[in-house]
Design a protein around this ligand. Structure first.
Ligand SMILES: [Mg+2]
Length: 377
């Protein structure tokens, strides 16, 4: 089998309700999926998405005429491309999709994976006041989720801690609560002037221990290795999590050496594709730490990371991007024939079709495709 060409398409879905993310300056009025297609001479087309949309089609320059199974060589070339034009890792996901389709197996099984379902946590992401956040937490739990993640975003962390206390009271002790401070990378510096210093992070983290929080994510800058390690030394029950947007395994290795995190969240669409994440998962597990990937980009990025998680050991939860009523599976997976949902026990089931196992809806593809693929926001 030979690769013939690489193509990028853009799909845009007007959100029924505007979504106001905690981590970026602009409200989301439309969901977007930049889809990369890798075409082959046997008619198999692999798809990928997620990460940061850049000129993924440039990967065609060195993939054309190549065997998609030569993954390590392609990863090395894509790593070189990442240096010049940004991270192309959804292209690598598309190569795995081809391999799965050619062999008739879902990707997680090719990776050696044993779990055909993973326990989901509802990953919320919107600016809400305490009352609205309590309502949403109650809805999420009533739907069967066994865990949910809150985003801290207030100028005064004590306001967020009050919301945490109210949510804990509302959902009880049987539900795991994660907290994401989102200070690893500042995407909206104008809206995020009050970055935590180490003392604020220690204060907030110790308060979270009293509320039985399962993990605290990105409390400090992603490259403040010593600060993260120092914070972790102050904690007894609270786990520290991070690593979602890092660029490569060497950064994860530094976290491990310095003792920065308990939970590692590399996203295959940002850090080096599925091939790289499986190696990182092995590093993390060998160090006795937990691997569970970041998944919040779009539905295809979510599914790619879901396969990585299902192939790994001891994954406690998978991130399920969901913040009703403004961010729903229909918004996240708007070009899918069927959006992914949790089952009645709070688990998300792995797609069983070959490759990523995503069936796209031809009618939705026609309806939402844009002629100009360069639009980012
Ligand atoms: Mg996060």
């Amino acid at each position: 089998m030979k690769i013939t060409h690489v193509k990028v398409r853009l799909f845009e879905y007007p959100m029924p309700k505007t979504f106001y993310p905690t981590w970026q300056p602009l409200p989301t009025t439309a969901a977007r999926i930049h889809l990369v297609e890798v075409h082959t001479d046997e008619g198999i087309v692999g798809i990928g998405s997620g990460g940061v949309p850049v000129r993924w089609e440039i990967a065609g320059l060195f993939l054309m005429g190549q065997d998609p199974f030569n993954l390590e060589q392609h990863v090395a070339n894509l790593r070189s491309m990442a240096f010049f034009v940004g991270r192309p890792w959804p292209v690598e996901v598309a190569l795995w999709d081809i391999i799965g389709k050619a062999t008739g197996q879902p990707i997680y099984r090719l990776l050696g994976g044993g779990s055909d379902r993973l326990k989901a946590y509802a990953s919320t992401g919107e600016l809400r006041d305490t009352a609205a956040r309590v309502d949403s937490a109650q809805q999420i739990v009533s739907e069967g989720f066994k865990a949910l993640k809150l985003r801290f975003h207030s100028p005064d962390v004590r306001d967020d801690l009050k919301t945490l206390a109210a949510v804990r009271k509302a959902v009880g002790d049987g539900i795991d609560i994660m907290v994401d401070a989102n200070w690893g990378w500042r995407i909206a510096p104008d809206r995020q002037p009050h970055r935590w210093d180490l003392r604020t992070a220690i204060y907030a983290a110790q308060a979270m221990e009293e509320h039985g929080v399962y993990w605290l994510e990105e409390p400090l800058d992603a490259y403040d290795y010593d600060g993260l390690a120092e914070l972790r030394r102050h904690l007894t029950t609270l786990r520290l999590a991070g690593g979602e947007l890092n660029r490569g395994p060497e950064e994860i290795q530094t976290y491990l050496e310095k003792g920065c995190f308990d939970v590692y969240q590399p996203d295959c669409t940002f850090i080096g594709g599925i091939s790289t994440v499986r190696k990182i998962a092995a590093m993390v597990q060998a160090a006795g730490k937990v691997f569970t990937p970041h998944t919040w980009t779009n539905g295809i990025g979510f599914v790619a990371n879901l396969h990585c998680a299902a192939a790994a050991e001891r994954v406690p939860y998978i991130e399920f991007p969901y913040d009703p009523p403004h961010w729903n599976p229909e918004d996240r997976d708007f070009i899918f024939a069927e959006p992914l949902r949790i089952d009645s026990e709070g688990f998300v089931r792995l797609p069983q079709k070959p490759g990523l196992g995503i069936e796209l809806d031809e009618e939705k593809l026609k309806r939402y495709e844009q002629a100009d693929t360069s639009r980012l926001i």
